[in-house]
Design a protein around this ligand. Structure first.
Ligand code: N01
Length: 537
């Protein structure tokens, strides 16, 4: 038990995090009649969309799909202004949802959870914040996000740099004026690729420091077509059901005929068509895009050619072409004018593989090629994904077992939601679930609904404890690892496999069986079947 327990506020459930996941968890648990409090470290709600407010931040899932489905009234009354919503619009939407469902009264901001200890005797969790407040609750739900803890890169002399250091993951609310400034950006993942064109338009000069090139497809964002929106809204339920039937819970108009079965010319036409449509649908052209080497190579070559066409200087284009891995191994990026940015006179691409970064100096940065003076450094260097947030909280289950110890060899979970030895603890989009491989908002809803149904089931039996069985957990971990075996994702170094964080690697951060199979798993494991993988007592 925690020392300040006598002054603890007691609730049925504590939810950690007030992003998409935490808000919906509050809505569902409250509707079950549970007194619930959400603890949020930020000074406002929104999670990812609160923190990542860098210029150009935009969702790469279409806005009509990247939104809650739990309320048809909400779906009908909210209007998205663009095909792909900007960070600002998504944050407004999240705030609208919080007001509409009167969620704010149960959200406590500026509260960074540092400890969560399970008390065997009372079957309650004691949860403490950094400033010493303590909360007691039967259930703790971690809605802490898959990409919420930034990785601080190891760069020599970072402290010596006298200019301004900005991080895409914690961008200042008041914005940044780049006019007249010399700027460098480190990181060419989705975040870097999105903000590079916008910073380049404003800055005096922009250096893009690239270690590994990424594949990016054009977003072709556009204002929302009112006819498209109203048609979509007339059939929202059907669209949602159709999305659930796809692997990624997202309607990309995925091809069903294997690319291997069609001619090279036909594939070329289909790639071109999808390239013109824009967005992530490019990698869904054929079901064997990432599994058949010939089809994958064709798609990879296609994007290489596109980069070469867009970037006028062949030597710059050559540096932007990914050569270490094929398309689909890492998360595909979606851009708005990224490659074209390198045709600007005020942009310099520095390839860190041939010109290593030696470190920061007082006035800029030094590479093997020399020193460059800058006013600002932007870090778009990624996240400690999946386990980063939980590993920074002292979570202890039965008999004081530490979650970090339990996960020393990888994050064993049951369904990516529960952990044996940690009763009444739930994670939303936790490791071992499809999470970022699907439309995350809908993946969140799926988890919250399952958790709420299990809690209701336990309460109906007047049970105090819900806990994953060890056998069920072992079986799940094996299943997730087997599904990952041999996939391009598991063979490629990226944050998907933990390779971007020193000492971290795992084959089972992600369930790769696709949404329909995962939904079947949840159904079989849920209250309709008496929760066979859980002990409810
Ligand atoms: O992070 P990343 P991100 N020196 O890990 C580089 C989601 N997201 O924030 O590849 C030099 O992809 C690193 O280089 P390398 C989306 O799921 C979505 O951009 O390790 N470079 C890499 O280039 C996405 O996939 C949206 O060699 C260093 C970059 O930093 C995920 O978030 C928008 C370095 C990190 O790229 C993460 O994207 C934004 C060093 N020391 C994000 N350390 C949308 O919805 C790291 N790097 C559109």
């Amino acid at each position: 038990m925690l020392e300040a327990e006598s002054s603890a506020s007691t609730h049925d459930a504590v939810v950690v995090g007030a992003g998409f996941a935490g808000l919906y968890a509050l809505q569902r648990l409250r509707n079950l009649g549970l007194s619930t409090v959400v603890l949020e470290r930020g000074d406002d709600i929104g999670g990812t969309w609160f923190w990542n407010r860098y210029p150009g931040a935009r969702c790469d899932v279409e806005s009509l799909q990247y939104s809650y489905s739990f309320s048809d009234e909400l779906q009908q009354e909210w209007s998205w202004s663009e095909r792909f919503a900007s960070q600002g619009e998504i944050l407004r939407y999240i705030n609208y949802v919080a007001d509409r469902f009167d969620l704010r009264r149960d959200i406590t901001l500026n509260t960074s959870v540092v400890r969560a200890h399970y008390d065997d005797a009372s079957a309650m969790w004691d949860i403490a914040s950094a400033d010493g407040r303590v909360y007691r609750a039967r259930y703790v739900v971690f809605a802490t996000g898959c990409l919420s803890v930034p990785v601080e890169p190891e760069i020599n002399g970072l402290d010596a740099f006298q200019g301004r250091i900005l991080r895409t993951s914690t961008w200042p609310k008041e914005g940044v004026d780049f006019a007249g400034k010399r700027v460098a950006i480190i990181g060419t993942g989705s975040s870097g690729i999105q903000c590079t064109p916008v910073i380049a338009e404003q800055a005096d000069h922009l250096f893009v420091l690239q270690r590994t090139p990424n594949y990016s497809v054009p977003g072709r964002n556009q204002p929302m077509d009112p006819d498209f929106e109203s048609d979509w809204k007339k059939n929202y339920r059907e669209h949602r059901l159709a999305a659930l039937a796809t692997r990624s819970n997202n309607l990309f108009n995925a091809g069903t005929v294997p690319g291997r079965q069609v001619s090279f010319e036909e594939r070329e036409r289909e790639f071109e068509r999808r390239w013109q449509v824009g967005g992530l649908g490019f990698v869904y052209a054929y079901p064997d895009m990432t599994s058949d080497p010939e089809v994958n190579k064709h798609a990879t070559d296609f994007v290489h050619r596109k980069i070469a066409e867009k970037v006028k200087k062949p030597e710059v284009a050559a540096r932007l072409v990914p050569s270490e891995y094929p398309i689909g191994g890492r998360r595909l990026c979606v851009d708005n004018g990224y490659y074209e940015t390198f045709n600007r006179d005020n942009v310099t691409l520095i390839d860190l593989r041939t010109e290593p970064l030696l470190g920061m100096t007082r006035d800029g940065f030094r590479t093997a090629g020399g020193e460059h003076v800058i006013d600002m450094l932007v870090l778009a260097t990624g996240f400690d994904a999946f386990t980063g947030a939980l590993s920074r909280i002292d979570v202890r289950g039965r008999n004081g077992l530490s979650l970090n110890d339990k996960w020393a060899d990888g994050p064993d979970t049951y369904l990516g939601i529960c952990v044996s030895g940690f009763p009444n603890l739930f994670m939303i989009t936790g490791p071992g679930s499809p999470s970022v491989l699907s439309n995350v908002v809908l993946a969140i809803e799926m988890h919250v609904n399952w958790i709420a149904d299990c809690v209701a089931h336990a309460r109906a039996r007047q049970a105090r404890v819900i806990e994953a069985n060890t056998d069920a957990e072992v079986e799940w971990v094996d299943k997730v690892a087997a599904l990952a075996q041999g996939t391009l994702i598991s063979k490629t170094k990226s944050w998907y496999t933990g390779a971007n964080v020193a000492g971290k690697t795992s084959k089972y951060f992600l369930y790769m069986g696709g949404t329909p199979a995962y939904m079947r798993e949840l159904q079989q494991a849920g209250p309709d079947n008496d929760c066979p993988g859980l002990s409810i007592a």
